[in-house]
Design a protein around this ligand. Structure first.
Ligand code: SF4
Length: 303
């Protein structure tokens, strides 16, 4: 398999060129039930990792071929922070990235390590996963190596958030019957209010998972997100169900969006056509305004 893939359009980050630091086989210290890769025993080693120079040459070739690339995404067939030359690679990418942004997608398992914090702090965007607030849920859903502690991950995320100047996104992936309870989400809300990420993406399974687990509905994602409290939350799902809000009045829309700003995508998924037409009208009349939070457009009311 190739070290480079794409560029592919990403709804959240733009046209993205991917770097796969574990092109040979899956190498991850988790074995999440919902993983889109094949099931595999967790490991803390990438077998035969590519050399930094090899990656850089391939990225330079790709950038020449696809100059419209907007973001370079460091990922892996597994967990990219297991790559042994990560710091050196990030320094080299920063030298050749031109106007592109550098992004990493990580499961946060090593975010408590000072060296990993220093390396990731040199990136433009860091996206970390946090699916559970309790160790029991974490072990059931993400199935990490025994040595990995949720408590250390949470403390590491808090510290990293304080020192990091880029865009920090936390992703929660919801699986039916495992982390889809209001209690788990209320606890996640408490934790996330300490971490203070720029944005929280809440999603569910939308590709075939490694194990037999099921997604939750869009409506359930919305209900659970409300448990997180006043945080910048964006629901990410292709699993659209029925429209959640129908026949809302102007007043109901203004109240709702004053209490809870929603992203434009969420509005398109949650509101029926009639309510969306009112929202559009309210925007024209400047009773609603668009604000950018964590790179995503949200609509809010000043009521
Ligand atoms: S952390 Fe990512 S790559 Fe690793 S098992 Fe979970 S979903 Fe798969």
């Amino acid at each position: 398999m190739s070290v480079i893939f794409g560029p592919v359009p990403s709804r959240r980050f733009g046209l993205s060129l991917g770097i796969d630091l574990s092109p040979e086989s899956k190498a991850c210290n988790f074995d999440c039930l919902y993983c889109e890769l094949e099931p595999a025993k967790p490991t803390d080693r990438i077998p035969h990792p590519p050399l930094v120079q090899e990656v850089i040459t391939k990225v330079q070739e790709a950038l020449r071929k696809f100059p419209q690339t907007q973001v370079i995404t460091i990922t892996a067939n597994g967990e990219p922070t297991l790559y042994p030359y990560l710091d050196e690679l990030i320094d080299a990418l920063n030298k050749i990235k031109q106007d592109k942004k550098l992004l990493i997608l990580s499961n946060a398992s090593r975010i408590h390590e000072p060296q990993i914090q220093t390396s990731l702090a040199k990136l433009d965007i860091v996206k970390l996963s946090l699916d559970c607030a309790t160790p029991r849920c974490f072990k059931r859903l993400d199935r990490p190596l025994k040595s990995i502690s949720l408590d250390k991950i949470i403390k590491g995320m808090e510290r990293f958030s304080r020192l990091y100047g880029g865009l920090l996104v936390v992703e929660i992936l919801v699986v039916k019957g495992i982390n889809d309870t209001k209690e788990e989400f209320a606890k996640l809300g408490e934790i996330l209010r300490h971490i203070r990420p720029d944005r929280i993406d809440v999603g569910t399974i939308d590709r075939p998972p490694a194990y037999k687990v099921e997604p939750v509905s869009y409506e359930r994602l919305f209900e659970l997100s409300s448990e997180l409290g006043p945080l910048p939350i964006s629901i990410v799902s292709r699993n659209f169900g029925q429209k959640y809000f129908t026949n809302l009045s102007e007043r109901e829309i203004l109240d709702l969006l004053a209490h809870r700003p929603l992203s434009q995508e969420d509005i398109a998924c949650l509101f029926d056509e009639q309510s969306q037409a009112i929202i559009h009208q309210l925007e024209q009349e400047k009773k609603l305004k668009k604000i950018k939070v964590g790179g995503v457009d949200f609509i809010e009311s000043d009521l």
